[in-house]
Design a binder for this molecule. Sequence first.
Ligand code: FMN
Length: 201
Amino acid sequence: MTHPEDRDRRPVVVGITGASGSLIALHTISALLDNDVPVVASASSAARIVWKQEMQESFGEVLERWTDSGIFSYHGASEIAAPIASGTFSTRGMVLAPCSMATVAAISQGLADNLIRRAADVTIKERRPLIIIPRESPLSVIHLENLTRLAALGATIIPPEPAFYLRHQTIEDVAEFAAQRTLLALGVISELPVAMRYESS
Ligand SMILES: Cc1cc2nc3c(=O)[nH]c(=O)nc-3n(C[C@H](O)[C@H](O)[C@H](O)COP(=O)(O)O)c2cc1C
């Protein structure tokens, strides 16, 4: 049995970018906090614009709720001097949820021009787990080449697709599935919840 003091208290970094799918950020961060995993999050200005369009609860209200957990902290994407900008700050890895093609392009080229991109650059150079939940359709050759480069560097790419075999009914189901797959890729959980596993009939 794991002793409480032996638990991994390093945070997971979550970058929220301006791709459609703010719900994915909500489910991913909530699932990490529900599993008692500390989170350091950052959102770009585009992410906040998209959030306003897609979500009922304001970003500020959700930030307050996450902060109440006691294991959540937040930096704006312009706060380039935040601890997660340095490789000396230990983390369990990083998730980009959702990830825009602009951020995919930037990090595939080592362009660390805001806190989210710098933290991703650090995650790659320190060889820590990097999970990317990209959102764009259709995907151009530019997008695919940039994603391929990141996959070759070891990133796990989790498109927020429905698991058709699970017969998802809502976009909440799809966002939760992407969140649980992310937790699995990070090693926070060792297997998907039973209801999310494929079973042959
Ligand atoms: C409502 C809205 C939806 C968007 N959806 C996407 C998207 O799904 N995928 C994408 O790559 N960019 C999308 N964009 C464009 C990005 O927000 C834009 O490229 C921005 O510069 C990304 O910056 P960031 O990666 O720093 O957040 C969207 C923009 C808006 C306003």
